[in-house]
Design a binder for this molecule. Sequence first.
Ligand code: 2RA
Length: 327
Amino acid sequence: MSKLAVIGASGMVGETIIKMIEKYNIEYDEIDLYASARSAGKKVTVNGEEITIKELTENASDEKYDYVIMAAGGKLASIYAPLFEAAGSIVVDNSSHFRMHEDIDLIIPEINTPTLNRKIIANPNCSTTQAVVALKPLYDDFGIDRVAYVTYQAVSGSGVAGIDDLKNGEKGLEPTNYPYPIYNNVLPHIDDFLDNGFTREEQKMVDETKKILNDDEIKVTATCVRVPVENSHSVEMNVTLKNETTVDEIRASLRGHDHIVLMDDVKNLVYPTPLDASGKSEVFVGRIRKDETLVNTFHIWCVSDNLLKGAAQNSVQILKQLQEMNK
Ligand code: 2RA
């Protein structure tokens, strides 16, 4: 068995990680939970055991954990992940900080396996994860030449601050997290703007799609939009495949994967929405139709719970994958 630590245990992703540790029966002898000084001292029950949250300090790495899951943002990851790694821990980090480091694995267990080149493993961005999970069968069966994403991202992607802005906006209060009201509005702005006019979120989707599929030839572009939805991201994908195919063949390619649910029968108004996906572990796919304006191109819609497959669940699945590898 092993020593396990969760860093950022009091945040929305951290709290969900704890639930996923129970759901995926992660084995451990000891578990420690860490957060900021503000949350230290709070008590959390894990597998029926009451654990007191500790304040994260540089001494934490002295505990020599076997596994550390981090959901504490990029700045703390940049400081603490290397300390835990140097102490011999394998670190699964949810932040964007390490994702594009050449020597760091970017992992979705249904798609790729850690090389453990470094003992820090990066969990991909939530909107990228669900999109690439849906695209992977098509990539394998037909090849992908290009994908253009438009995302409709829930406010839980911004944590409690995002949810507060949505709920307070409904009461007519000014936003404190977003630059403009999100209630009754949409914001084509997630994360900072770059010099090329894209946002960091859009650049993440471009870069991470290529890295996870291990294919720099795929042409990828993205527009990422914050929408007034509490939880679960939706992604419209305009996908140009390499080999000629049909909508039925695409549906057939998506069937038979436990982690993908096909909801595609518009004659009976069957298509996935955030309310279908919230609380569920799968990626939901629908609205598959041919884009007649381009050769071999299709529109595909996917929805998934951004706190689950998009973050906490995927990082715990990586931990499960690592424990299986080390058996
Ligand atoms: C968001 N993908 O939705 C980003 C980070 N979770 O805000």
